[in-house]
Design a protein. Sequence first.
Length: 81
Amino acid sequence: MQSIAKQILEEAHALPEGALINAKAFLRLGSRAAVGQALRRLEGRKVLTRVGRGLYVRPGAHRRALASLCFTPKHRAKNHG
C-alpha cells in the first residue's frame, strides 16, 4: 500500500499544469488529519505550493492557477463548504 503523500503526488502529476489540487478530493485516501499532514509535508518539500485554504498547485504552475482563481463568495461557498 502506498502512502497518502505518494498517492496525492501521483494524482497531482496526472493533472494538467496549473490545475488546482483541492484537499477535499483526497479525503477518500484517509482521515482529514492524515491528508492535511501529507499535503503539508509535500508543501515543505517544495513538491506542492499552497495557494489558498485547501488549494495547492505544483510549483511553477501557481501563477497561472492564481490568475484563474475567482475569490467571490459564491466560489468560496462552492469549493470550501
